[in-house]
Design a protein around this ligand. Structure first.
Ligand code: NAP
Length: 288
């Protein structure tokens, strides 16, 4: 993806804050879209440590930066410094997009939009079924919120290395969304094989398998998967994780994290510019 944005006094700045930030695909994606639509925006990566978070937000406002994405490790902590939150960001408890509305910082969670747009074509198949979610971090929060709010699932299994985090998510969603049908399991592959095998949808919302740890997988037990299942990995680098490869070998329908990545970005883009991002075009380029 090439971009040749002309920078001048009218150029509007957006970006992403996180630490580390060098692996983010977002600058490439947004700058490509700004360039293609000739919008006069530029998207910059800002490497911000946890201790620099509050000051960096004051800097964003002072410099008139129009908005920014938020990634690890700030998605949850940033909430205390924002002026307003969208309904979904409030319930999920994590923000990945901020709009600077004349100094008023408004937080959104567009990961939710990314998940909805990715899973929408499977809506009928998921309706009333059991879903297993691997992971209990920020991405898992967005996934669980979306499963309850948009997909009318019957039951959710949260499977995580640290069982206490899975339990705290279960308590959180049962009190915030009154959803009681959550079970928690420690991620011990032989013990969760049957749980996974009985799930219509399996979502890896953990960072297991993400580059550079491409040989890792939440499970390598083939019996966890079957051809009636849908397996969605939110990890998008590599495009085919080891988990997706194993699931595909067992005949499951597999979905990688690229569509979610592009769709969450498209919603952020729309919030900043009021324009539609050329998502088909970008997805095609990223898939190559
Ligand atoms: P996070 O809050 O740091 O949570 C990480 C999760 O992964 C935790 O549940 C953690 O378990 C688990 N984990 C990490 N390393 C592990 C290991 N070696 N063995 C077992 N479990 C491990 O991160 P996040 O924000 O949820 O992000 C998770 C992944 O989602 C990342 O790869 C991120 O790039 C991806 N993501 C993709 C999109 C997209 O648009 N496609 C959007 C958001 C995030 P413990 O609780 O035991 O530590």
């Amino acid at each position: 993806m090439q971009s040749s944005i002309e920078i001048n006094h009218n150029t509007k700045i957006v970006g992403v804050i996180g630490h580390p930030i060098k692996h983010s695909f977002s600058p490439m994606m947004h700058n490509y879209a700004f360039n293609k639509l000739e919008l006069g925006y530029v998207y910059l990566p800002f490497d911000i440590s946890t201790t620099g978070l509050q000051d960096s937000l004051k800097g964003m406002v002072a410099l008139g930066i129009k908005g920014f994405n938020v990634t690890i490790p700030h998605k949850e902590r940033i909430i205390e410094y924002l002026d307003e939150l969208s309904d979904s960001a409030k319930i999920v408890g994590a923000v990945n997009t901020v709009v600077n509305d004349n100094g008023n910082l408004i937080g959104y969670n567009t990961d939710v939009n990314g998940i909805i747009n990715t899973l929408d074509e499977y809506k009928e198949q998921i309706n009333g079924k059991t879903v297993s979610v691997l992971g209990a971090g920020g991405a898992a929060r967005s996934v669980i919120y979306t499963l309850i709010n948009h997909f009318n699932v019957k039951k959710i299994n949260i499977i995580n290395r640290t069982i206490e985090k899975a339990e705290s998510l279960k308590d959180y969603f049962s009190s915030k969304m009154l959803f009681e049908k959550i079970k928690t399991y420690e991620l011990m592959p032989p013990d969760v094989t049957e749980i996974l095998a009985k799930s219509k949808l399996i979502i890896n919302a953990s960072s297991i398998g993400m580059s550079p740890n491409e040989d890792d997988s939440p499970t390598t037990i083939a019996e966890s998967f079957n051809k009636k299942q849908i397996v969605f990995d939110v990890v998008y680098n590599p495009r085919q994780t080891k988990l997706l490869k194993l699931a595909e070998e067992q005949g499951a329908t597999t979905i990688n994290g690229l569509k979610m990545f592009v769709e969450q970005g498209a919603k952020s883009f729309e919030l900043w510019t009021n324009k539609q991002m050329p998502t088909e075009n970008i997805l095609e380029i990223l898939n190559k």
